[in-house]
Design a protein around this ligand. Structure first.
Ligand code: OAD
Length: 258
């Protein structure tokens, strides 16, 4: 495998690759939403897992042990996401769908791609906005109280079917990913052809199966392009790495295609 070209500005080779592509598969992670004001999980200082312990907040065991503690944190994140807007990167990807056949598979549990006007083929790690019963799995469609400030405890809603505690609709450590999201993403990867492009945006490449998709796409013959201000676990297997923020690089890319 050849080493990637690494640039801090958008190179012509990347513009040409997207211009020549029939299909563009977007694999996005938490870095996609940074310029909207949503913190990533692992960035030093600001990353959520730098401040909070995943084992206390992102496992079914933690939820079963103390539902109000875990629910309060997710209710706060729902409120945080509700209060921010899609950034210029999300908007650029929605515009790209008018120029190319775009499929978006995201690890993000926010709804910022959708609110920018994109249709998202797969939410691999679920959604903050699809709560369901922790006992009977019935989707919860009732009112949800969202705290204006981070608070330590908040009683989760009660399932109207079985009176179980309602849990966030995100995938926790140790849980299976939604089958449909995985199948949709893997079939999008399988159907890539030489000349198609994969944009790997704002992910550390540490969490599987999502971290494996760039290599699978490369094996299908696609040109793999990373957009991330920092090196990630998948940088080395990309053809091109653009070291810049998604909200700057993506609008430049889409403008250059027009
Ligand atoms: P991480 O927090 O692991 O990584 C975020 C990535 O975004 C890093 O590589 C940053 O360099 C990059 N980044 C930071 N600012 C950026 C910007 N402005 N533009 C583009 N990239 C930027 O987030 P994920 O890889 O998405 O899982 O994390 C994967 C999963 O781990 C999450 O979905 C979550 C977490 O545990 C679940 O909740 C199941």
């Amino acid at each position: 495998m050849t080493t990637p070209t690494v640039t801090t500005t958008l190179p012509d080779a990347v513009i040409d690759a997207v211009r020549g592509a029939r299909r563009v598969l977007v694999l996005s992670g938490a870095g996609m939403s940074v310029e909207s004001g949503v913190p990533t999980f692992r960035d030093a200082q600001s990353g959520l897992w730098e401040q909070f312990d995943p084992s206390q907040l992102a496992t079914i065991e933690a939820f079963q042990m103390d539902p109000p503690f875990v629910w309060a944190w997710y209710a706060w994140r729902m409120q945080l996401v509700r209060g921010v807007d899609p950034n210029a990167g999300h908007v650029a990807l929605a515009e790209l769908a008018g120029l190319r056949d775009v499929t978006i598979s995201t690890q993000n549990v926010d709804d910022l791609h959708e609110r920018a006007g994109s249709s998202v083929a797969a939410h691999l790690h679920g959604s903050l906005f699809d709560p369901r019963c922790s006992e009977c799995d019935t989707p919860y469609e009732g009112e949800i109280e969202l705290p204006q400030e981070p608070i330590e405890r908040l009683e989760p809603p009660t399932c109207p079917q079985c009176e179980g505690d309602v849990r966030p609709g995100v995938v926790w450590f140790g849980e299976m990913l939604p089958d449909e999201a995985v199948e949709t993403t893997e079939s999008a990867v399988d159907s890539l052809e030489t000349g198609d492009v994969v944009l790997v945006i704002g992910t550390s490449g540490l969490v599987y199966p999502a971290a494996g998709y760039p290599a699978m796409a490369r094996a299908e013959g696609a040109t793999v392009i990373e957009i991330n201000p920092h090196e990630s676990e998948v940088s080395d297997m990309c053809h091109h790495v653009v070291r810049g923020p998604a909200a700057e690089v993506l609008p430049q890319l889409v403008a250059a295609l027009g």
